[in-house]
Design a protein around this ligand. Structure first.
Ligand code: SF4
Length: 91
């Protein structure tokens, strides 16, 4: 396991009732999402062989990098409701 994955593994994620970040409907093949694949520090974006981008929200650090990298034209971006989402643990 890489140092980064080990460090990220210290965080705790409280389940969300609904994803706080979503790829907008119909935008799953938008090339702007390539920036999120490269920039998301938790590696939550992926591009499939069929050119469809996916986001796995579990593990999101709520850093906003994908919002800056891709823009809100392609992403619906918000913070989780109170008490849900990431709890940072430092070790
Ligand atoms: S907010 Fe940060 S950690 Fe969460 S999906 Fe976007 S880039 Fe990844």
């Amino acid at each position: 396991m890489s140092d980064l994955k080990a460090k990220l593994g210290l965080n705790v994620f409280k389940p969300l009732p609904a994803p706080h970040i979503r790829i907008r409907e119909g935008m799953e093949r938008d090339p702007r999402l390539k920036a999120a694949v490269r920039a998301c520090p938790a590696g939550l974006y992926a591009e499939g062989a069929d050119g469809v981008f996916t986001l796995t929200i579990d593990g999101c650090l709520e850093c906003g990098t994908c919002r800056i990298a891709c823009g809100t034209g392609v992403l619906e971006w918000g913070y989780p409701e109170g008490g849900a989402g990431v709890q940072f643990r430092f070790g």
